[in-house]
Design a protein around this ligand. Structure first.
Ligand SMILES: CC(=O)SCCNC(=O)CCNC(=O)[C@H](O)C(C)(C)COP(=O)(O)OP(=O)(O)OC[C@H]1O[C@@H](n2cnc3c(N)ncnc32)[C@H](O)[C@@H]1OP(=O)(O)O
Length: 170
């Protein structure tokens, strides 16, 4: 038994289907960007999961490296029966630790959960460009949809409507 009834650990291949199941309703509500199973397997090393004492996945979150100093928190979700019990806090704490270990100094997120991220030190950045113009041009070469959202490209605008762009300095 763990003290809080759950623990956060690096994700394993055996967690991927549970992650997909956990995020699917949020994808349907357009809260999270949808990812096919193959994409989840391919980005497995980015993921952390929260598991209850029975080993069931009750939360997930991912850290995507975008540039030398810049990363993004992605796909943070907690199962509805576990909300408000510190699982989200534990996941974001884990991802921030990983970010620092990787040498990142800034974390971006695009979210409706402004209060939650605000309490964890993220601040809204509106339309502010947070990378130098030369880095912006480099990032345009990325085929990643999340990076396109970060760059606020017009083709992804339907995905980002109503979300708040936030940044935290680590
Ligand atoms: C970048 C992106 O991924 S954006 C997408 C973000 N995710 C979503 O929008 C999906 C839907 N939302 C969720 O899944 C969740 O609401 C999350 C992930 C945002 C937060 O997860 P939760 O596990 O509920 O967060 P957590 O329990 O840590 O904090 C929520 C509240 O519980 C309280 N809480 C209760 N117990 C604890 C505890 N032991 N430790 C910390 N906080 C606790 C917190 O104080 C907080 O209260 P507050 O909101 O009044 O400040």
């Amino acid at each position: 038994m763990t003290a809080l009834g759950f623990e956060v650990r690096r994700a394993r291949t055996g967690d991927v289907r549970a992650i997909k199941e956990l995020v699917e309703p949020l994808v349907q509500q357009r809260i999270l960007l949808g990812k096919e199973l193959v994409v989840l397997f391919e980005s497995l090393q980015e993921f952390a999961v929260a598991v209850d004492d029975a080993g069931e996945v009750i939360g997930c979150g991912a850290l995507h490296v975008m540039w030398e100093d810049l990363g993004e928190v992605r796909t943070l979700a907690v199962r509805s029966d576990w909300l408000g019990r510190g699982v989200g806090h534990a996941l974001i704490t884990y991802l921030e630790y990983e970010a620092r270990a990787l040498g990142l100094h800034r974390l971006f997120c695009l979210t409706f959960e402004v209060d939650f991220f605000g309490r964890h030190g993220f601040e809204p950045i509106d339309d502010q460009l947070v990378v130098d113009p030369d880095v912006y041009v480099e990032l345009l070469h990325s085929s990643d949809e999340g990076v396109a959202e970060f760059l606020d490209l017009s083709r992804v605008k339907p995905n980002t409507l109503g979300n708040t762009r936030m940044l935290k300095t680590l």
